[in-house]
Design a protein around this ligand. Structure first.
Ligand SMILES: [Zn+2]
Length: 273
């Protein structure tokens, strides 16, 4: 999965330092990221943008000693660097570079939404000793936001419940997923999402794995569960275009995809679940 970058080591601790030419420069424009104009894309380094002022860069994190810095808004394209949709990161290699891009995107979205205090409207400042924004007027502190979401593979014997989203360009089949509501346990979210989207009940909910997923600024928690009772599907057409029971042998091979949905579908396809 995207965050399984061993033997590389991700360090999220907030230990700001000055950027060096070999550090990586993370520049975003809405949902696009600045990448080198090479096959499969590569992250630019500070030295690739000689006009950028080092003091304008914000330290994000490090991976095995390499620093990653957020570039200011409006960082321009060059002859060798172009903005591309962040989904291009899913095929960037090595994997640590793809993970860094998606994780930096999560932080860039959060910094962009935390410029002003939600309580009093004053401009926020970075806290010096940890990753947080603080309001100098009312003292409001905002730590990085991360939604919790579930993904669930519902089994019906040798079949898996797969869905396709309505109104999205991502047309491959996927598992049921949804955000946890306030006051709800993970298992309650699993039961509610499956019922809302497909109208079936589940039992034997069991934890599978989890994945930080910066694309949606979330932490995905994966479960498998078994159908409980009637297998008649009633699709919520506001959320999904289709939901169906797919026999094990017909589940798509998505073993090259870095998402947890793909990993879970692949585990079922290969008979591991
Ligand atoms: Zn305030």
């Amino acid at each position: 999965m995207l965050h399984n970058i061993e033997p590389e080591q991700y360090h999220c601790e907030y230990t700001p330092r000055a950027a060096a030419p070999a550090d990586y420069l993370m520049a975003f424009r809405k949902n696009e990221i600045l990448l080198k104009n090479v096959e499969n894309g590569q992250l630019p380094q500070v030295a690739d943008l000689p006009d950028v002022r080092p003091e304008a860069l914000r330290y994000l994190f490090s991976i095995s000693g390499r620093g990653f810095f957020l570039a200011p808004d409006g960082t321009p394209e060059t002859d060798t660097l172009s903005y591309r949709h962040t989904r291009a990161l899913r095929t960037v290699t090595p994997l640590w570079m793809a993970f860094a891009g998606v994780t930096a995107y999560h932080l860039a979205v959060w910094y962009g939404r935390t410029r002003f205090c939600g309580a009093c409207g004053h401009e926020m400042a970075h806290k010096e000793d940890e990753r947080a924004m603080v309001c100098p007027v009312c003292g409001n502190i905002r730590y990085p936001d991360m939604s919790v979401a579930i993904i669930v593979g519902v089994r019906n014997g040798e079949k898996l419940l797969l869905t396709r989203y309505a109104g999205r360009t991502f047309s491959d089949y996927a598992l049921i997923a949804g955000f946890c509501e306030i006051g709800e346990s993970l298992e309650d979210t699993v039961r509610r999402e499956v019922m809302e989207e497909t109208g079936v009940r589940v039992k034997n909910i069991r934890y599978y794995d989890n994945q930080p997923w910066g694309y949606s600024q979330s932490l995905l928690v994966g479960f498998f569960a078994d159908l409980d009772g009637d297998d008649t599907i009633r699709v919520d057409h506001n959320e999904l275009s289709e939901a169906l029971w797919v026999p094990r042998a017909e589940v798509q091979d998505r073993s090259r995809d870095v998402s947890m949905t793909a990993k879970m579908m692949d585990a079922f396809r290969r008979g591991l679940i």
